[in-house]
Write a protein that binds this ligand. Structure first.
Ligand code: SF4
Length: 291
């Protein structure tokens, strides 16, 4: 099988077989994202996908997890997704989980019964980039949906039976809007009530519109203390029933883990200590942060 680079996957899919159902990102407009800027979006044909699966099944044994790429594989037509997933389970007898990135518009564009069919076929987990819960910030970064639509998308995916892993980006409101970003993101996440929540910290990627704003002085990135304050404020605004929370992504200053809301107060206390007594809790140095 030949992957068309660059290929991205969530950290938790490090040991998964990556299969490209689509190339690039249908939306490809977020001002902070440079992942697929050099790729023209297209949906692979069934013949291409089948050949990839056949190649892999000949060369690899014991595949338990498959991640369907690229940026929003859920934008592929439902019959193609179903055909792919059925064939994956047929060819890999040990397969336990298929997952994929899902843009909010992809979820909203499919009917609930289509999503249920995809879930039933064996896709158990969708990764949804929420990024922010604030309408102005979502508009400024060209996410393509507002906060209400983001909640609708997240809830619809859960209603269809998927586990939903969401990511948010600390720092996306800059120094000017950090509080609104934190509060509204907390509210939107509470309304979705996802299965998993991962917080990333903004890293400005060269050759993106956001990078140019930073260069022109129109957007100021919060420093490490500001980011921790923002994360603490977001946690204070969260009300989740049982969500696995992680900040172990390499972009973050402080790796945290817990179950929300159960561990909320403990996590807030750690953040408070890191903010008020910076010597007590070492932060990841700037040079070792990465995407
Ligand atoms: S939808 Fe995701 S992959 Fe596509 S441009 Fe936005 S952040 Fe990047």
């Amino acid at each position: 099988m030949r992957l068309e680079p660059p290929v991205f996957r969530p950290p938790s899919e490090a040991f998964s077989l990556i299969l490209q159902l689509t190339i690039g990102c249908r939306h490809n407009a977020c001002t902070f994202c440079g992942m697929y800027k050099g790729k023209k979006f297209r949906i692979k044909t069934w013949e291409e996908i089948k050949k990839d699966i056949d190649d892999c099944s000949r060369q690899m044994a014991g595949i338990r997890r498959v991640f369907l790429a690229d940026g929003d594989a859920l934008s592929a037509p439902t019959p193609l997704i179903l055909k792919t997933v059925f064939y994956l389970y047929k060819q890999f007898s040990d397969l336990e989980r298929v997952s994929m990135y899902a843009g909010p518009k992809d979820i909203l564009d499919k009917s609930l019964s289509e999503l249920e069919e995809i879930k039933f076929s064996g896709v158990s987990l969708l990764y949804l980039g929420v990024e922010s819960g604030n309408d102005e910030i979502l508009r400024a970064v060209h996410k393509g949906v507002n906060a209400r639509e983001m909640v609708e998308a997240g809830r619809k995916a859960l209603q269809a039976g998927f586990e939903v892993s969401v990511t948010i980006i600390n720092g996306l409101g800059g120094t000017d809007h950090w509080r609104r970003h934190a509060e509204d993101t907390g509210k939107v996440l509470s309304a979705i009530d996802p299965t998993y929540l991962g917080a990333l910290t903004l890293m400005v990627v060269p050759n993106t519109p956001l990078y140019r704003k930073v260069q022109q002085g129109e957007f100021k990135i919060p420093g490490s203390t500001g980011i921790l304050q923002e994360l603490k404020c977001m946690l204070e605004n969260l009300n989740l029933s049982h969500c696995i929370f992680r900040t172990n992504h390499a972009s973050n200053y402080l790796p945290l883990r817990g179950v929300l809301n159960k561990d909320k107060e403990d996590l807030i206390a750690i953040l408070e200590q890191a903010i008020t007594r910076p010597d007590a809790i070492p932060l990841r140095p700037e040079y070792s942060r990465g995407l």
